[in-house]
Design a protein around this ligand. Sequence first.
Ligand code: SF4
Length: 239
Amino acid sequence: MVQIQEATPPDLLLRALSAAARDHGPAAFSSSLSAEDMVITDTILTAGIDIEIFTLDTGRLHAETLEVLGAIRERYGYDVRVYKPQPDAVASYVERHGRDAFYTSGELRHECCRIRKVEPLKRALAGKHAWITGLRQVAGARDRIEPVVFDHEHGLLKFNPLAQWTEAQVWSYLRTHEVPYNRLYDHGYRSIGCAPCTRPSLPGEDVRAGRWWWEQGAAKECGLHLNEQGRLVRATETV
Ligand code: SF4
């Protein structure tokens, strides 16, 4: 009797990425150099899929996060494309409000994220037809992530191929394939963004609790995945 093996999550990931590149290119993958994004990076570069990998260097990242760029170069011989904020916009923000003004109000926090992340993302996605992300479904604001949505903000298809992966599956993949990862994960971090806006997670906290921890009741988002109404782009815009 012929045994039919079920596709594993890594098989499905490979298929999804290959299809995105083949049917919807040019495609780009926005990597925050997180554990999730290293799963996707490894899949793209090992299989030679035609998807550009870029990251947003906000100018406020941990040194450990930037070290991952060197680890990718060493392991795969690939230079991740780095986008930085407009220097004039950063200088103007710092001059008007102070470098760390994001602690003082939600408005100034979102303004900083807009300058350092949202605007560079727009430049990175210009001319692309498909955007790959490492978003995973987790309790809270990210409790309903669809595998594919149409992103009206950027006018392209957005693929979230890890939507249904668990944190344990991510780590199992990284360990099995000996993929390099950010050393901060070994020091209690579970979700890593800019250094001044990220702390390690405490026992019992949810996975994104260490992001903008001083903000109460606010969505833990920087704006990269929000639509014009400030909502996470998800089920309502599913294609
Ligand atoms: S995460 Fe913090 S430092 Fe980074 S862009 Fe947003 S507010 Fe600025």
